[in-house]
Design a protein around this ligand. Structure first.
Ligand code: ADP
Ligand code: MG
Length: 477
């Protein structure tokens, strides 16, 4: 594809990202790729049917508008599910392994060939009635690098993986949350591999999508009972990307399954891109059940961890490409500049490998700078949480957080509470009902009232407007 098209695509993605916000963008669009641009239409692809139908139902217009801002003549977007066997780039003497999850996430700005000679085709966890989601043989504990931001999550995951049938379950469910590319899937698959190494234990890894499709498909074939039985017959249920769980009946089923497993002393491990309290579409009972185990957040990857991940990736590549070598200064450079997430680190190593193979040239700093230029992104704005807002506002106005959540109506708490709700609406992507719920179970109209009130006041009241600005700055630091 031409560079022009790729540049256009990067700009469109940028627009989309700022239009829907980072959370939505990374949930739904991170895996969308550009296939081609015609005069009036654009062909895009996503890895799963589920993503396609969701994007079509909710974001079709938005995507079109973002393209029209780039090329006004575009009047149609074709969205297809890309086949697993798509080859990214023809690379001699290697097989491009078919693994849709790996197809680079965001930028196809330059071909990022998957240089893997080993059979890394996904293998199924192999529980027939259910059919787990594909596992990637590279995602094991051995290749998971531990650093400050993930020590606790890794330790808890190890503990779970090493448990035996009949052992007391220490924390259930184990709930791991983190932003995109910070290692959730890696850790969950490591648990699955390690757990299944023990022959008398059944660990089932499912993406939330798979859970939904399994259930829906089972219902269609009147086989729901068998599905439930199969699910309940396993020792450890691992569910990835829980934020994608949608639909009332699937949720109800998820809730039953969760309760049944936990009550039977089986382990449940879950990953999502947000804490349980922020899973807006789940009902309260499920949320509190999820929050009742161990909830661990994995933070962003620090520089040491990034360096460790790069080294481990290079070492893995060297087992098949012995002459591939990345000098220490290049590794340092990459660890310093590619700050966003693990996928970009992986992408960078793949590019260097591709480049050095295709051109038969050693990796140098200049080459690395050129090859990874577009992976270097400005620091993402911080993900602000409602709790942080409540804490900072309470401190500023010298009230307690529980005052903010209480039903007290004295002026000294009413105003701070309104300010906090206003900030929650403007600084997070949470909906009004969700914000109401997080402020002591208030109605969404109360939140709306507060937002309007503060909006109106800041336009007149300079002191208040300064206060609000100050609060925003503290939160965004
Ligand atoms: P998530 O599921 O959180 O979006 P992934 O588990 O898919 O993220 O990780 C993205 C990439 O970064 C993968 O290639 C993964 O192997 C790598 N990665 C992330 N964290 C680590 C880590 N601690 N050690 C090794 N590799 C990591
Ligand atoms: Mg993942």
């Amino acid at each position: 594809m031409s560079n022009i098209a790729q540049d256009q695509w990067s700009r469109v993605k940028g627009r989309l990202r700022s239009s829907v916000g980072e959370d939505v963008y990374s949930s739904w669009f991170a895996r969308m790729d550009l296939e081609s641009v015609q005069q009036q239409s654009v062909h895009l692809s996503v890895p799963t049917k589920f993503l396609r139908s969701w994007i079509q139902a909710h974001y079709a217009d938005r995507v079109l508008t973002c393209w029209q801002a780039e090329i006004p003549a575009i009047d149609r977007i074709d969205l297809t599910v890309r086949s697993a066997a798509r080859c990214v780039t023809p690379v001699k003497d290697t097989t491009t392994a078919a693994d849709p999850r790996r197809a680079t996430d965001r930028d196809q700005t330059r071909p990022a060939p998957e240089l893997r000679v080993t059979a890394s085709a996904p293998v199924s966890a192999g529980h027939d009635a259910l059919g787990g989601s594909p596992l990637d043989p590279r995602l094991t504990f051995a290749s998971f690098v531990v650093g400050r931001s993930n020590t606790l999550a890794q330790a808890a995951a190890r503990q779970v993986a090493e448990g035996r049938r009949g052992d007391n379950v220490m924390f259930n469910p184990l709930y791991i949350h983190a932003g995109v590319g910070l290692g959730k899937t890696h850790l969950l698959q490591a648990v699955t591999w390690a757990g299944n190494a023990n022959p008398d234990r059944k660990v089932l890894y499912l993406t939330a999508e798979k859970f939904m499709y399994g259930f829906v498909a089972a219902l269609k074939t009147q086989n729901a009972l068998a599905f439930k039985e199969a699910l309940r017959g396993i020792d450890v249920l691992v569910i990835d990307d829980l934020q994608f769980l949608q639909g009332k009946s699937t949720q109800a089923e998820f809730c039953h399954t969760l309760n049944a497993l936990i009550d039977a002393g089986r382990q449940v491990v879950i990953a999502a891109d947000r804490p349980p309290a922020d899973l807006e579409s789940l009902d309260d009972r499920v949320r509190s059940r999820l929050a009742g185990g161990l909830v661990v957040e994995m933070g962003s990857l620090g520089e040491d961890l990034r360096l460790g991940i790069l080294k481990s990736r290079v070492a893995a590549a060297r087992t098949h490409h012995a002459d591939f070598d990345v000098p220490a200064p290049v590794l340092d450079y990459l660890a310093k500049t590619i700050t966003h997430n693990g996928r970009d680190l992986e992408g960078a190593v793949n590019r260097l490998l591709a480049h050095s193979k295709l051109n038969a040239q050693p990796v140098t700093l200049e080459m690395a700078e050129r090859e990874v230029r577009d992976l270097i992104r400005p620091q993402e704005p911080k993900r602000i949480k409602i709790e942080d807002i409540q804490r900072v506002v309470a401190r500023q106005y010298n009230v307690s957080r529980s005052d903010l959540l209480s039903s007290r109506r004295t002026a000294n708490v009413v105003r701070p509470r309104q300010v906090a709700m206003y900030l929650a609406k403007t600084l997070t992507l949470r909906s009004l009902p969700e914000i109401g719920r997080r402020f002591g179970g208030r109605d969404h109209t109360t939140v709306l009232h507060a937002v309007r009130k503060i909006e109106a006041l800041v336009s007149k009241d300079i002191a208040l407007s300064d206060e609000v600005e100050l609060l925003k700055r503290q939160l965004q630091e």
